[in-house]
Design a protein around this ligand. Structure first.
Ligand code: 5GP
Ligand code: MG
Length: 206
């Protein structure tokens, strides 16, 4: 049975002071939105659902670099059936915050022909990147099926025309805040932080 997506839109932030955190976290983060333990628990649940749905299929996880690296590691460890795993890279952002033109930069290193592809993303925002990736993979690599799994979803942020973009598996619905950590970056920083945190606006606008 699939459960409800966990909605964190009205959840108070956790102070980085209240748990073991590096100095940069105390300086740059408004607060922690999702603790690593909560991420791992939720990811195990998603992995379990995926395992049930793909029992007799040829599952290949296609991670979107660089943000999905932590997520796909935990997710694939939780899936108890044989799977393949590969990565693609897209450029979707001209600067750090605004959607620009999207390109596929790195092709998957596994033949996706006839495979059951599950795209693994860190976050869906406007929906443009995920829609682009779905279209590209279907057009270029002739998979059997294409589904999507995103750890985070800024459900209120869909761009006009992308309102229906929603991942088949979602970890958490989050508020419209810029988040970093657990693979997610700002200007390639903070990816190694274990938890998912909200960046202070002053860091963001520098
Ligand atoms: P979309 O095309 O849905 O607008 O954007 C998806 C991509 O934007 C994600 O893969 C991610 O790279 C980036 N992105 C969107 N929101 C955030 C955020 O809050 N934090 C970070 N680090 N990246 C984000
Ligand atoms: Mg991304």
């Amino acid at each position: 049975m699939k459960d409800e997506v966990i909605d964190l839109r009205n959840t108070p932030l956790i102070s980085p002071q209240s748990i073991r955190s590096p100095k940069y976290a105390l300086r740059d983060f408004a607060g922690i939105l999702v603790l690593n333990g909560e991420i791992v628990l939720r990811t195990n649940k998603l992995a379990h659902d995926i395992q049930n749905d793909y029992e007799s299929k040829k599952l290949v996880l296609v991670g979107v670099l660089d943000g999905s690296v932590h997520f796909i590691k935990d997710l694939s460890e939780g899936i108890g059936i044989p799977i393949k795993r590969t990565f693609i890279k897209v450029s979707s952002y001209r600067d750090n915050t605004t959607s620009g033109e999207i390109e596929l930069h790195l092709n998957p290193m596994i033949n996706l022909n006839g495979m059951d592809v599950l795209i693994v993303e860190d976050i869906v925002d406007s929906g443009k990147t995920l829609q682009f990736i779905i279209d590209e993979i279907k057009q270029k690599f002739n998979p059997n099926t294409v589904k999507t799994c995103s750890l985070l979803d800024k459900a209120e942020k869909r761009a006009p025309g992308f309102e229906n973009v929603v991942a088949d598996y979602t970890g958490f619905i989050i508020p419209d805040e810029f988040v970093v950590g657990y693979g997610l970056d700002f200007a390639d920083n903070y990816r190694g932080y274990r938890h998912i945190a909200v960046l202070k606006p002053e860091v963001f606008s520098k």
